[in-house]
Design a protein around this ligand. Structure first.
Ligand SMILES: *[C@@H]1O[C@H](CO)[C@@H](O)[C@H](O)[C@H]1NC(C)=O
Ligand SMILES: *[C@@H]1O[C@H](CO)[C@@H](O)[C@H](O)[C@H]1NC(C)=O
Length: 333
């Protein structure tokens, strides 16, 4: 009777399930690596960095790491961030060139400088100075993607209101009026980002992201992933969130920040995720995007916007209950 009462009490009070590793998409090896880092005595930051680095090395879905998503010039460039939910420090890189381990560089920005975000060629120089190896991020696959795109009149692309009509030519473009309806990118996996939240046994939260950005992006384009509050966010007193999808749209709404603030005031993780996605839907009903959320007790949820060809969003959870990287999914709404 007494034991039974205690058991019921624990369940009802939302018994903490820590540590927790949760990440976007079916990237199981990333969660496995993050979990191993924790078990080996690493910090939550180590877990996020190692988990996302694993995806960079494995080129998860071709949309994380080298050799994927070439830009309009055929170059692969990387965006990444990492955040410490105890100190609220952030390190991030955007449009990083020639360095494979983007989240490692992001962590160096956080721990070896007073800055938050470094971009482009200068970020690469910083990385080299910090001992990261510069190498070509081009692969046969990225060359093929780029060559096919050139052959197809540089379609689809992200230009609008320019002449000549971007549905016919590769440019150079000038401001002008568009004659034909341009072809939009419909490949949903052109936007996959690894976003990861790790909560330690002691409640410390870290979050991070890594991606090679949107396929055929304009050179210089930086998406939501390295922007704190957009790509991911965490606060050890509120929770953590991370997103994936059409970053050009998502970064206008800081969905990760919104979700963490909602969880801080007691909103359940799945509702917090849903509310943040709903906010974007008001303005962009057809945007493609998803969010994962976890609160301080290790409860988690996810939400995604339903668009043609995309009705469920996969994510991976690793805690002492799953005891393995468990693939889960949420129905988009
Ligand atoms: C986290 O969310 C769960 C529901 O999913 C809730 O039971 C629990 O109280 C929440 N924790 C906090 C600290 O808000
Ligand atoms: C890449 O392409 C080159 C030349 O087309 C070829 O020699 C090389 O073996 C290819 N590499 C891989 C890893 O397929």
């Amino acid at each position: 009777m007494h034991l039974c009462f205690i058991f019921t009490f624990l369940l009802q009070s939302g018994d903490a399930l820590l540590p927790l590793v949760i990440n976007t998409w079916g990237f199981k090896s990333a969660s496995e690596t993050a979990w191993s880092a924790l078990k080996a005595g690493g910090s939550v930051l180590d877990a996020v960095e190692k988990g996302c680095s694993r995806c960079e090395a494995e080129q998860c879905d071709g949309s994380v790491g080298f050799g994927g998503s070439p830009d309009e010039k055929g170059e692969t460039t990387l965006d990444a961030m990492i955040m410490n939910g105890n100190t609220m420090e952030v390190g991030a890189v955007g449009d990083l060139r020639r360095i494979k381990n983007a989240i490692g560089v992001a962590r160096a920005v956080m721990e070896r400088t007073d800055h938050t975000l470094l971009v482009g060629e200068s970020a690469s120089q910083f990385a080299e100075n910090m001992g990261f190896i510069a190498e070509d991020l081009t692969t046969n696959q990225s060359v093929n993607i780029y060559t096919e795109w050139l052959k197809d009149s540089c379609q689809p692309n992200y230009r609008k209101n320019v002449s000549p009509d971007p549905s016919k030519y590769c440019g150079p473009y000038k401001p002008g009026s568009q004659l034909k309806k341009r072809r939009r990118l419909i490949d949903i996996h052109a936007h996959d980002t690894i976003g990861m939240i790790v909560i330690g046994q002691n409640g410390q939260i870290a979050a991070g992201t890594s991606t090679n950005g949107a396929k055929h992006k304009l050179p210089g384009r930086v998406g939501d992933s390295p922007v704190a509050g957009a790509g991911s966010y965490c606060d050890s007193t509120g929770g953590g969130a991370a997103g994936t999808g059409d970053g050009d749209i998502m970064m206008r709404f800081l969905p990760s920040y919104l979700a963490v603030e909602l969880m801080r005031t007691g909103t359940e993780p799945s509702i917090a995720c849903k509310t943040a996605i709903s906010r974007i839907k008001i303005h962009y009903p057809e945007f493609f995007g998803a969010l994962i959320c976890a609160n301080t007790t290790g409860h988690y949820g996810a939400a995604c916007n339903r668009v043609p060809g995309f009705s469920t969003f996969p994510f991976v959870v690793y805690n002492s209950q799953t005891n393995t990287p468990l693939l889960q999914s949420v129905d988009c709404f």
